[in-house]
Design a protein around this ligand. Structure first.
Ligand SMILES: O=C[C@H](O)COP(=O)(O)O
Length: 242
């Protein structure tokens, strides 16, 4: 049975004080959510340590938003997988389209990061997705297959999450039709050797559309940006109605 994972990606939002206030309101709202649903918050590096202590023993797990592939060294500004694992982090977002667009990340560096994360015992959330131009040119399938294959070289698929995030649907309110997201995620699954990998959809998921998205047979969760910043809205997404 594939694990359902609802993950918030706060991106570059929330100070430690704001994170603490969020958790105080959020935790009671998800107390009754089905145990089978994993709840993850992928937050800025500066929030991780404090939140890890605040969440210790609870059901909300933490994720980072990036990780370097080397275990240590002269890489100013970078964070290693062991540093994250040491403070109780379980997940790490890798290859998000914003990292690819603004920071020059590639399928090759995403692959190195996935391998480093797994080596330290973290679960990578590998993001893939096509741009509007690629979709309009009919290249969606090839782009996605390429990203998946290149990102997963030598990767252990029993310790992996993939997020399908069409770039044109991120932060735009222009959600990919649930049936189309389901089709592309089915295509991603066909490229895998392990059929049990959790594959999320991401791109303008919110309290109003989550039920339809999560009703799709291939979609095992959501990676939520904007709508994860408010406790009520993320709680509604965690409590989606199947
Ligand atoms: O990682 C999350 C995605 O980029 C989706 O962001 P969004 O929900 O604000 O569209």
């Amino acid at each position: 049975m594939r694990k359902i994972i609802i993950a918030g990606n706060w991106k570059m939002h929330k100070t430690q004080a704001e994170a603490q206030a969020f958790l105080q309101e959020f935790k009671p709202l998800i107390e009754d959510a089905a145990e089978s649903r994993e709840v993850v918050l992928c937050v800025p590096f500066t929030d991780l340590s404090g939140m890890s202590q605040q969440l210790h023993g609870g059901r909300v797990r933490l994720g980072a938003q990036n990780v370097h592939w080397e275990p240590s060294g002269a890489y100013t500004g970078e964070i290693s997988a062991a540093m994250l694992a040491e403070i109780g982090i379980h997940y790490v977002v890798i290859g998000h389209s914003e990292r690819r667009q603004y920071f020059g990340e590639t399928d090759e560096t995403a692959n190195l990061r996935v391998l480093a994360a797994q080596k330290a015992g973290l679960i990578p959330i590998l993001c893939v997705g096509e741009s509007k131009a690629q979709r309009d040119a009919g290249e969606t399938e090839q782009v996605i297959i390429d990203q998946v294959k290149k990102g997963l070289v030598n990767v252990d698929q029993s310790n992996l999450v993939i997020a399908y995030e069409p770039i044109w649907a991120i932060g735009t309110g222009d959600t990919c039709a649930a049936t189309e997201a389901n089709r592309v995620i089915g295509l991603i699954r066909e490229q895998l050797t392990n059929s049990q990998v959790t594959i999320q959809y991401g791109g303008s998921v919110n309290a109003n559309n989550v039920d339809e998205i999560m009703a799709q047979s291939e979609i095992d969760g959501a990676l939520v940006g904007g709508a994860s910043l408010e406790p009520q809205s993320l709680a509604r997404i965690v409590n989606f109605q199947p």
